[in-house]
Write a protein that binds this ligand. Sequence first.
Ligand SMILES: [Zn+2]
Length: 258
Amino acid sequence: MTNKLSVTFLGTGTSQGIPIIGSTHPVCLSSNEKDKRLRVSVLLSWKEYNYVIDCGPDFRQQMLRQHVNRLDGILYTHEHSDHTAGLDDIRPYFFRQGNIPLFAHSRVVASLKKRFDYIFEEKNKYPGAPTVDINLVKNNEPFSIGDTLVTPINVMHNKVQVFGYRVGDFTYLTDVKTIAPEELEKIKGSKVVVVNALRIEPHISHFNLEEALAFIDLIQPEKAYLTHISHLLGFHDEIEKSLPSNIHLAYDNLTITI
Ligand SMILES: [Zn+2]
């Protein structure tokens, strides 16, 4: 337990994870643990608090392998399945702690209500289903988690709005393709920035490596980490070697302290 913010990369892979089921791509066949990437999520821990950003299909496995025995809430970036599909697995936390707070855009909440209708049932709810407390995240409205203020960063994933989050000197952004100048201002001054870098080739809704590096150059953080990585980016060790010394590829189970 520490007063400093510690950030653990629970997953650093793109939507199918790495390896992709059945793939014979060399990166999918790699025996390097750093080339094995669950769906993207981070754990934010400080003092007695534990929050996750996103709750994808690997959530249960991620909580088990990091021994997260208490969860104070989930911040959502957007509604895509690789960021939301694990919600049912909050049950052990709900049974022990009670309602689990969620922080999300109203559009994401509407999507969760469709995907997990039984969780939001108000009459005759199945007793084994978890219950959540909804906190709506709105652009330009910082909010608190635990004793800490969070600033939402409004970015675009092609046509889908996504929230990134700044907590003190740390900013986490995933599934970004474009950022408006006024949002860049909210990120500036961050000591550590995490941003998505899907692959070498351009993509319609994600930064490729070149775009991620250009973004980092605009912000000039002390350190930056790349996440939401596809097998098409290449082998971890080779890409890592090619990066400037203050920029790293994130990998699963990496913990950094800010
Ligand atoms: Zn995604």
